[in-house]
Design a binder for this molecule. Structure first.
Ligand code: FAD
Length: 468
C-alpha cells in the first residue's frame, strides 16, 4: 500500500515528551511528523494535568490566603465563587499554552496528523481519524511518546459521572458537598486542596501508612497538619473495597485501620496512579517489546529493542513527570539525528503543589537510612526564617542530605510555601557535585525563603561539626 505521508522522524503522541522531541528533531533539520489523537497538542500535562491543576490550585491558594489574612488585620469576608468564571480561567490558561504549541509546530514545519495511531510494521503507522478515515504513515525513525492514563480501580461504578478520575475532577462540574478522594498521593492531595478551597468537605483515604508515599515522613507532617486544621479528614492504612451508585450519593465500603465515619459521598475521585499506554499502539507489529504492565523498556539513549524506534515519557516508566518526559524527548531526537549522547541526569525533582508544597530530589533521608548510607543531614526550620515569619507560614523546613565522607549533596527535601520553586537549587547542586560548603558559601538574598537552603548547609545534625 502506498504511504499517504512519508517522513524521517515520526513522533507518536503530543504530550510534553512528544512535542519536545518533535520540535527538537525539526530544529536539527529532520523532516518530522507529530501524531496526536486529540485536536489540541500538549498531552495530559497541558490539557488535563499539570497546567489546569495549577491554575485551580492558584485559586484555592488565594482563597486560603484571604481566609487567614484576618490574622494581620485584613478581612476579605467569605469568598463568592463563580464556578463558570473559574472554569473559563482554567480553560484560558490551557488554551494559551496549547495554541502556543500549535504555532511552534507550524513555525518549525512539523506536520501534525490528527488521529489514533497503531503500528502496522516496523516502519509504518496507521492513523485513524475521528471521521473513520485512515492514513498510512511511513517513517525512518519513530519516537513513541504515548503517555499514560488514570488507573480505573475495579469495584467502582465508573459509568456514573459522580465517580471521577483526575480528568473529570479538573472539569469542575460542581463543588460537591462531600468529596471522597481515594489515594493520598500527589494528584489526590492536589485535587483535595482545590476542592477544599472551593468549599467541599473532603475525606482522603490512603492505603499506605503516610500521605504522599515516597516522600520523607517529616516533610509530609506539616502538610498533614494543615489539611487536618483545614477540615480535610485523612484516613491512612485504609482502602475502598466497593462503591455503589445510589440516589443520595455514592455509597462506599471501606476496610482498614481508620475507617471514615460516613459512607455516603456526593462525588468520589479515584487517584491511585496511572497506567502506561504501551499496550494500545500495537507495538508488537513493529517488534517493540512491551512489559506486562504496558511499559516500553529503553536504553540510556531512549532506544527500544528496535534500534530505529525510541520511547520516552510516562510510557517508559516512573517517575511519571513532565520534566522527565521533556528531557527524554530532547535526548531521543538528538540521538535520532545522529548525536552520540545518552541520559546523564543524576536526579529528577518531585513536587506536590499542595498547601504547603512538598518538594524533594535525589536520595531521601528515609532511603539513605534504609540503605545504611553514611549521611549527614542539615535541616533549617522556617520558624527561624524572617521571610516565612512575615508570610505567616513558619511550618516549613529545608533539609539537605549529604554524603558524610565526601560532603557532596545527594538529596534534599523542602516543605513550605513555594518549596517547588526552591528545590531547583538543590537539583543543580547535586548535578554539579556540590559539596555542602559550596551552598553554605553561596550568598543567598535576604530575606527570602531561598536563604533556608543556605542555612540548611550550615546547620548540621551533629554528625559533622566543621565542614568549612
Ligand atoms: P502524555 O502527556 O500522556 O501525552 C501522550 C499523548 O499521546 C496524549 O496527548 C495522547 O492523546 C497521545 N496518544 C496516546 N496514544 C496515542 C495514539 N495511539 N495515537 C495518537 N495519540 C496518542 N507532572 C509534572 O511534572 N508536574 C505536575 O504538576 C503534574 N501534574 C499532574 C496533574 C495531573 C492531574 C496529572 C494527571 C498528571 C500530572 N503530571 C504532572 C504528570 C504529567 O502530566 C505527565 O508526566 C506528562 O504529561 C507525561 O508526558 P508524556 O509526553 O509522556 O505523555
Amino acid at each position: 500500500r502506498q504511504a499517504d505521508v512519508e517522513c524521517r522522524v515520526l513522533v507518536l503522541g503530543a504530550g510534553p515528551g512528544g512535542y519536545t522531541a518533535a520540535f527538537r528533531a525539526a530544529d536539527l533539520g529532520l523532516d518530522t511528523v507529530l501524531v496526536e489523537r486529540y485536536a489540541a497538542l500538549g498531552g495530559v500535562c497541558l490539557n488535563v494535568g499539570c497546567i489546569p491543576s495549577k491554575a485551580l490550585l492558584h485559586a484555592a491558594d488565594v482563597i486560603e490566603q484571604a481566609s487567614h489574612a484576618s490574622e494581620y488585620g485584613v478581612d476579605f469576608g467569605k469568598p463568592k465563587i463563580a464556578l463558570d468564571k473559574l472554569r473559563t480561567y482554567k480553560e484560558k490558561v490551557v488554551g494559551q499554552l496549547t495554541k502556543g504549541l500549535a504555532g511552534m509546530a507550524k513555525q518549525r514545519k512539523v506536520r501534525v496528523v490528527q488521529g489514533t495511531g497503531r503500528f502496522v510494521s516496523a516502519n509504518e503507522l496507521e492513523v485513524a481519524g475521528d471521521d473513520g478515515k485512515t492514513q498510512l504513515l511511513r517513517f525512518e525513525q519513530c519516537i513513541i511518546a504515548a503517555g499514560s492514563q488514570a488507573l480505573k480501580l475495579p469495584g467502582f461504578p465508573w459509568d456514573d459521572p459522580r465517580v471521577m478520575d483526575s480528568t473529570d475532577a479538573l472539569e469542575l462540574a460542581d463543588v460537591p458537598s462531600r468529596l471522597l478522594v481515594v489515594g493520598g498521593g500527589i494528584i489526590g492531595l492536589e485535587m483535595a486542596t482545590v476542592y477544599r478551597g472551593l468549599g467541599s468537605e473532603v475525606t482522603v483515604v490512603e492505603l499506605a501508612d503516610q500521605l504522599m508515599p515516597g516522600a520523607d515522613k517529616d516533610l509530609v507532617k506539616p502538610l498533614a497538619d494543615r489539611l487536618k486544621k483545614g477540615g480535610v479528614s485523612t484516613h491512612l492504612k485504609t482502602k475502598v473495597v466497593e462503591a455503589r451508585a445510589g440516589k443520595k450519593g455514592i455509597e462506599v465500603d471501606f476496610e482498614g485501620e481508620n475507617i471514615p465515619e460516613g459512607k455516603l459521598f456526593d462525588r468520589v475521585l479515584v487517584a491511585v496512579g496511572r497506567s502506561p499506554n504501551g499496550k494500545k499502539i500495537d507495538a508488537d507489529k513493529a517488534g517493540v517489546r512491551v512489559t506486562e504492565r504496558g511499559f516500553i523498556e529503553v536504553d540510556a539513549q531512549m532506544r527500544t529493542n528496535v534500534p530505529h524506534i525510541f520511547a520516552i515519557g510516562d510510557v517508559i516508566g516512573q517517575p511519571m513527570l513532565a520534566h522527565k518526559a521533556t528531557h527524554e524527548g530532547k535526548l531521543a531526537a538528538e540521538v535520532a539525528a545522529g548525536e552520540k549522547k545518552e541520559w546523564v541526569a543524576r536526579v529528577i525533582p518531585s513536587v506536590a503543589y499542595t498547601d504547603p508544597e512538598i518538594a524533594w530530589v535525589g536520595v531521601t533521608e528515609t532511603e539513605a537510612r534504609a540503605k545504611g548510607l553514611k549521611v549527614g543531614v542539615g535541616k533549617f526550620p522556617w520558624a527561624a526564617s524572617g521571610r516565612a515569619i512575615g508570610l505567616s507560614r513558619t511550618e516549613g523546613f529545608t533539609k539537605l542530605v549529604f554524603d558524610e565522607a565526601t560532603h557532596r549533596i545527594i538529596g534534599a527535601g523542602i516543605v513550605g510555601v513555594h518549596a517547588g520553586e526552591l528545590i531547583a537549587e538543590a537539583a543543580l547542586a547535586i548535578e554539579m557535585g556540590c559539596e555542602v560548603a559550596d551552598i553554605g558559601h553561596t550568598i543567598h538574598p535576604h530575606p527570602t525563603l531561598s536563604e533556608s537552603v543556605g542555612m540548611a548547609a550550615e546547620v548540621f545534625d551533629g554528625t559533622i561539626t566543621d565542614l568549612y
